[in-house]
Design a protein around this ligand. Structure first.
Ligand code: GLU
Length: 508
């Protein structure tokens, strides 16, 4: 265990976790595991107005489904708790006060109406109102008041906020593992609110204080937080924690399938693919959004496809298990540019992971997929079926579509195939074939294959034509898995019955 490496996934429970959020959790997890460090879940629920019931449980379940179990968190506990910010609220005020004492923050008493008014007058002049060094001296804040007057207002219960005080025209330099050195002039920044008189910190203060108190060594989060970095770095300095500052890594965006803009819930709705790990029912509207789990994805496939959005191993290799990702992962191989989400590729990942799953581990899932169709399969039937069907499906829920003809005779025959393949001498050929099959002993995959091949070569028929017609009689369509396997599975009687029935129906 490397006690110095501590990372956190810090979602706000404001709705279902987007796959972008899940990828952030994954990269934190991989980083922690690859360094023998600690992976922490911290729930950032200070903004009560955006709180959504059920969202925290959804986050926990999503992580569990993917196998990204935190070492410390609201459920796991740990030595740095509590792990929900709402349970830590008393902590933050003290730091806000410390900042005001040091002159790095100040009380602001401007009412929302006054600020709105300022915004409007600026807008009318074609300008944007920003609460910063250029205007704060003319506004209602403690920088322009006698200490006694400030105290009086506070004691009288006047609502206030505490704002960070950015000095004008300072170059703020920051290091990011993904982006290298980033630098911003403080004049482009506003004096962000850190704390409100209702006793609640804002995201910025709570986030920085908690990262410090939880001894976080690396902050790995989405690129959308990069604009907050100058404030966070300034807060570390102002609080005297510069030497304890974590390292930062801002992950590139996951882009829409078109490559333009950030992948959103609407893209999923339009394109018919999930953007959430688990199904989510909106508690207010009742609207249900699909999830990877419910759509039939294996968690390993989901992890693998998310890992490849933003990270690459430096080779062409694309398929990894979670264990393999842990040993390969490094933040240095996270790219700077956004990664396009490709729904087709997502299905491909599931297909590949299904192929990587040993047949014996798929027995239960295949059995269930068939049981809902009223089919009971024994062990030996499954042993035949799985290797034949597995390569033909992306998801377990496709098992029935690819295997129904193992259990049911076709009730219709594809007219296109009939038109193309059914010739005058076909009924005679089929008759000869079923007579030979009736004599085939043992009726195994090998037995059937050698019988069929020898009839075809004895008679000088074309292999392709005969196999296509035979498939039509057994399956009703032109495509499907290996016919010798299917025939052996069906057994002699059923094969002959289907061949006779089909020929009768087609010839009318
Ligand atoms: N609560 C923030 C979020 O919802 C956390 C950002 C961070 O990791 O600092 O993404």
């Amino acid at each position: 265990m490397n006690q110095n490496i501590r990372v956190r996934f810090a979602p706000s429970p404001t709705g279902p976790l987007h796959i972008g959020g899940l990828r952030t959790a994954l990269f934190n997890y991989l980083f922690a595991r690859s360094h023998g460090g600690t992976f922490i879940l911290r729930i950032e629920d200070t903004d009560q107005t955006r709180f959504v019931p059920g969202a925290e449980k959804y986050i926990t379940e999503s992580l569990r489904w993917c196998g990204l179990e935190p070492d410390e968190g609201p459920e796991q506990g740990g030595g740095f708790g509590p792990y929900r910010q709402s349970e830590r609220r008393e902590l933050y005020g003290e730091y806000a006060m410390e900042l005001t004492r040091k002159g790095s923050a100040y009380y602001a008493f401007d009412s929302p109406e006054e600020l709105e008014e300022l915004r409007k007058t600026h807008e009318a002049r074609g300008e944007t109102f920003v609460y910063d060094a250029s205007v704060r001296n003319s506004l209602k804040n403690s920088l322009n008041m006698e200490p006694l007057a400030v105290k009086k207002l506070i004691d009288a219960g006047t609502p206030y906020v505490i704002r960070f005080r950015f000095e004008a025209d300072q170059e703020i330099r920051m290091q990011d593992i993904v982006r290298g050195e980033v630098s911003v002039n403080s004049s482009t920044l506003d004096d962000k609110i850190l704390y409100k008189s209702d006793g609640m910190p804002t995201y910025h203060l709570a986030n920085v204080v908690d990262d410090n108190l939880m001894a976080i060594s690396h902050v790995i989060r989405g690129e959308e937080w990069l604009p907050s970095l100058p404030l966070h770095v300034s807060l570390y300095k102002a609080l005297g924690w510069e030497h304890l500052m974590p390292q930062f890594a801002h992950l590139p965006l996951i882009l829409k399938p078109t490559g333009k803009g950030k992948l959103s819930k609407r893209d999923g709705e339009k394109g018919g693919f999930p953007v959430f790990p688990l199904e989510w029912k909106d508690p207010e509207t009742g609207q249900v959004s699909p999830g990877y789990r419910e759509e039939g994805y294996q968690p390993e496939a989901c992890i693998n496809l998310l890992a490849m959005l933003g990270w690459n191993p430096g080779t062409d290799r694309e398929l990894f298990t979670l264990e393999e990702l842990i040993s390969e992962f490094s933040l240095e191989k996270v790219g700077r540019s956004g990664s396009r989400f490709d729904p087709e590729k997502a299905r491909w990942f599931n297909h590949q992971h299904l192929q990587m799953t040993p047949d014996r581990e798929l027995g239960g899932a295949f059995r269930e997929a068939l049981e809902v169709k009223g089919i009971r399969c024994d062990k030996s039937q499954l042993e035949t079926l799985i290797p034949v069907i597995k390569p033909r499906i992306n998801f377990i829920h496709e098992v029935w579509d690819q295997s129904w003809f193992f259990f049911e005779a076709p009730s219709s025959y594809d007219p296109e195939v009939i038109k193309k393949r059914w010739k005058e001498d076909t009924p005679g050929q089929m008759k000869l074939l079923w007579e030979r099959l009736q004599a085939c002993e043992p009726f195994t995959v090998e037995g059937v294959e050698s019988t069929v091949r020898s009839v075809i070569s004895d008679q000088g028929w074309g292999m392709g034509t005969i196999m296509n017609v035979w498939r039509l009689l057994l399956v009703g369509e032109a495509t499907g898995p290996g016919l010798f396997e299917l025939a052996a599975f069906l057994g002699k009687e059923e094969v002959v019955r289907r061949m006779k029935n089909g020929t009768e129906q087609i010839t009318g």
